[in-house]
Design a protein around this ligand. Structure first.
Ligand code: ADP
Ligand code: MG
Length: 267
């Protein structure tokens, strides 16, 4: 069975350490949620795993079925079975989605890829015109996210890191896209690292484990009840941030200027 193992991962960007020793293990077919506040380094974690440039990896390892990914260029990691669905998918002017996926799948049966893409597009409600258009150019946030899901459906990676899937998707689109990914975990054994700061995606993409990410590392792990707890209480327990003072606290009680001035006398 396939596994993605992240051990003691430390990385910095612009001289600041953002990942301070991340440990995680995802097995085939499992969904692991990584939840953390804004700016905590969730996208940094996704990018460092996928091999995006601009980050300094200081220590640790990321292994897919025992193969060390750190040090490999991004395309080799993809070839090894890793997929990244970006929070802000990149525009690729001049390259159509059809050409990109036909090249990526590396098969002479281009027609089969086109057919598969049309079938995937139908499943997630993406208009077929987008298959011929340059990748992500002039697409809405939601269309870009569907585009990422379509690529995942066609490429059938072993593991997917999915960064803020719900951003830009309305509720109906989220149900289709997250549902498609959930199905891939069940039928193709896809392992998922779902990075998010909201738990609404988990109504359709059900996590086996939930990890709280703050201060550069995983602070706590649990089941899906932990996501509900975070939704209700926020990240304060792990970030040490004091609750924001209520601006109305201690203020003079509100008096309605249009109220009955003698109402108090009657009570
Ligand atoms: P999250 O995805 O959890 O919201 P990010 O991983 O995007 O957080 O960012 C973590 C921190 O790293 C933030 O403070 C962000 O400003 C900083 N950061 C990310 N990328 C860069 C960069 N290229 N240069 C400088 N700082 C960066
Ligand atoms: Mg992010």
């Amino acid at each position: 069975m396939s596994t993605l193992v992240i051990e003691g991962l430390r990385a910095s960007v612009a001289g600041r350490e953002i990942l301070a020793g991340v440990d995680l293990e995802v097995a085939a077919g499992e969904v692991h949620a990584v939840m953390g506040p804004n700016g905590s380094g969730k996208s940094t974690l996704a990018h460092v795993i996928a091999g995006r440039g601009g980050y300094d990896v200081l220590d640790g390892s990321v292994r897919l079925d025992g193969t060390e990914l750190l040090g490999m260029p991004a395309w080799r990691r993809a070839e090894a079975g890793l997929f990244l669905a970006m929070q802000y998918p990149t525009e690729v002017p001049g390259v159509s989605l059809l050409d990109m996926l036909t090249e990526s799948v590396c098969t002479p049966e281009g027609a089969a890829v086109a057919e598969q893409m049309r079938s995937e597009a139908g499943r997630i409600g993406l208009d077929e015109q987008f298959l011929q258009r340059p990748v992500n150019v002039d697409l809405s946030g939601g269309e870009r996210k569907r585009n990422e899901a379509l690529q995942l459906g066609v490429l059938k990676p072993a593991f997917a890191v999915i960064d803020e899937l719900d951003s830009g998707l309305d509720v109906d689109a989220l149900r289709l896209v997250a549902g498609r990914i959930e199905e891939a975990t069940e039928h193709d054994g896809l392992g998922v690292l779902a990075i998010t700061h909201y738990s609404r995606v988990f109504a359709h993409l059900r996590p086996d484990s939930v990890h709280v990410f703050a201060g550069g590392r995983i602070q706590e792990s649990g089941g899906s009840e932990l996501a509900d707890e975070l939704e209700a209480e926020g990240y304060e327990r792990w970030t040490g941030t004091a609750p924001q003072p209520d601006p109305d606290a201690g203020a003079t009680p509100f008096t309605d200027p249009f109220g009955d001035p003698f109402a108090d006398l009657l009570t």
